[in-house]
Design a protein around this ligand. Structure first.
Ligand SMILES: [Zn+2]
Length: 216
């Protein structure tokens, strides 16, 4: 079955470039990916976020969008997904920095690989997740490599500091997992992403974790 990626109005050009990258890497054929615009699936221009989100859920499409905030209030995509998400909802794929897709081939490739990984693991790990940020799939991997997994799940605290903007972003994840995508840390990760390319440092410290509960 084909997996349709639906490009939002704000990123049709970038979605096109990303899709070409996916094709170059062989993922379009491997995963049966199809890229469509809103108008190609019959959604009119200016349609509200909730209608787009519902369309995606009903038609098994993954919405690809740029970062949107809640500044347009109650109608925003953020509001929609936070209030309507269920355990089986499909995530919205958010490119943190749309402006880098065209000029930066390394970033473009990372986004494409991240997106492909999300599609590959969609059913196993990403349902019920509100948003995913394709280029940042690898953070868990980087952290995991530093220490082998144990029976417990150590918490890793990440502290990102941008020296240019004088901004610090701090959050925790349990290493070996990707639940960072499913909780409030996603917003902090997006904040971090906005400072990519700036002069910055990243610290991460490991703490003893508590044992995981079966329900987590
Ligand atoms: Zn910065």
């Amino acid at each position: 079955m084909a997996q349709i990626i639906l490009s939002d109005e704000n990123c049709e050009g970038q979605a096109d470039l990303l899709f070409r990258e996916l094709a170059r890497l062989g993922f379009v054929d491997m995963l049966g990916l199809e890229l469509k615009t809103l108008s190609q699936v019959g959604l009119r221009k200016g349609i509200d976020d909730e209608a787009i989100w519902r369309y995606c859920q009903e038609n098994h499409c993954l919405l690809l969008t740029g970062n949107r905030t809640t500044k347009d209030g109650i109608k925003s995509l953020e509001y929609t997904i936070q209030h309507l998400v269920t355990a089986t909802s499909l995530p919205v794929l958010t490119i943190s920095n749309l402006k880098r897709i065209a000029p930066d081939p390394v970033y473009r490739e990372r986004c494409a690989i991240g997106l492909a990984e999300i599609v590959m693991e969609l059913e196993e790990r990403h349902l019920g997740v509100t948003r995913l940020y394709p280029p940042y799939q690898f953070i868990g991997g980087i952290v995991t490599m530093a220490h082998p997994a144990t029976g417990k799940w150590p918490r890793v605290q990440l502290i990102f500091t941008c020296h240019q903007c004088n901004v610090t972003v701090k959050f925790s994840i349990y290493y070996g997992e990707s639940t960072v995508w499913a909780n409030q840390s996603a917003a902090k990760l997006a904040e971090w992403a906005r400072h990519e390319g700036h002069e910055s440092t990243l610290h991460y410290e490991f703490y003893d974790g508590r044992e995981r509960l079966a329900t987590e």
